[in-house]
Design a protein around this ligand. Structure first.
Ligand SMILES: [Mg+2]
Length: 298
């Protein structure tokens, strides 16, 4: 009975349409099976129109991951560059990302306000960003960690947040950069106390309890001769990725005219690429220098 009905439904579907994948079908009448109603159980997760859509990824259990893979403390530049390579891949492969910001084991991707990619479905944005990022992390691992094998597959959680105005988006990015600063200042002192003064992690933690930013700067300067402001910008500010025009020079064989056939010529093409910056994005200067990022708001 069951098999017979299913076969009938299948014949009916086959007669009425040819499935081309991606939901498109050839055929005049769209046959619907009696099971079609289950579609209605799918949640509507369309992101609010005209809002900035932000996808933030965060490494799963990266404290352990960093330990197992011998990451340098307080910052491992290989790991940070790998994260940025993955984010560049995400921007290059997916559509409508105007800016990305990363620090530590997290990266945020901002989609255009007017993006209609996958009909603005949050789950599509989030899963495509997370899977593209995670596969890139494994794919490019060896380019950054030549002598360190990848011991197990890393994971990333994702979330989607929509921001209704340029100000809320800028405040979101400022919040992440302020977080980078707070954590990096703490970690810089914390690891100096351990690596250079021989404190245990618990002792270093106790030493820093209740200290303000000024106190931490003072410890770094007086005890370790470190001027925090001279620490690398990538560590203090994180990484901003924006589209910038780059001249690409390639050598191409030119066909015509006949007398110079086979001659190689240098061809310069201008292409937009997601390039990293390590600058302040909390103040207005960055946004004035790159007005194109927010301009579609007008
Ligand atoms: Mg994490």
């Amino acid at each position: 009975m069951w098999a017979a009905r299913t076969a009938k439904v299948h014949r009916c579907l086959a007669a009425a349409s040819v499935n081309l994948g991606r939901g498109s079908r050839l055929g005049v009448t769209m046959a619907k099976s009696k099971f079609e109603y289950v579609r209605d159980f799918e949640a509507d997760d369309t992101c609010l129109p005209h809002c900035w859509v932000v996808v933030r990824l965060d490494g799963r259990n990266f404290h352990r991951f960093a330990e197992k893979h011998n990451f340098a403390k307080p910052n491992d530049s290989r790991a940070l560059h790998l994260m940025t390579k993955c984010a560049q891949t995400v921007m290059g492969e997916l559509e409508d990302i105007v800016i990305a910001y990363g620090q530590s084991d997290e990266y945020s991707f901002v989609f255009k306000r007017k993006s209609n990619w996958f009909k603005r479905r949050a789950s599509k944005f989030m899963t495509l960003v997370a899977s593209q990022f995670a596969s890139s992390y494994v794919f490019y691992w060896r380019d950054f960690f030549e002598d360190q094998p990848l011991l197990y597959p890393p994971g990333f959680d994702g979330r989607v947040v929509v921001y209704p105005s340029n100000q809320t988006l800028k405040d979101y990015l400022s919040w992440r950069q302020a977080d980078c600063h707070i954590n990096n200042l703490y970690n810089t002192v914390f690891w100096a106390l351990i690596q250079q003064s021989g404190l245990t992690p618990v002792q270093a933690q106790e030493r820093l309890q209740g200290t303000l930013a000024a106190d931490k700067n003072e410890i770094l300067f007086s005890q370790f001769n470190i001027n925090y402001n001279n620490e690398p910008l990538m560590y203090r500010k994180g990484t901003v990725l924006i589209w910038q025009k780059v001249d690409e020079v390639s050598t191409k064989e030119v066909k015509l005219p006949a007398e110079i056939e086979g001659t190689k010529m240098r061809v310069t093409r201008t292409r937009a690429k997601p390039l990293p910056l390590h600058c302040d994005i909390i103040g207005d200067a960055f946004w004035k220098e790159h007005p194109g990022i927010l301009e579609e708001d007008s």
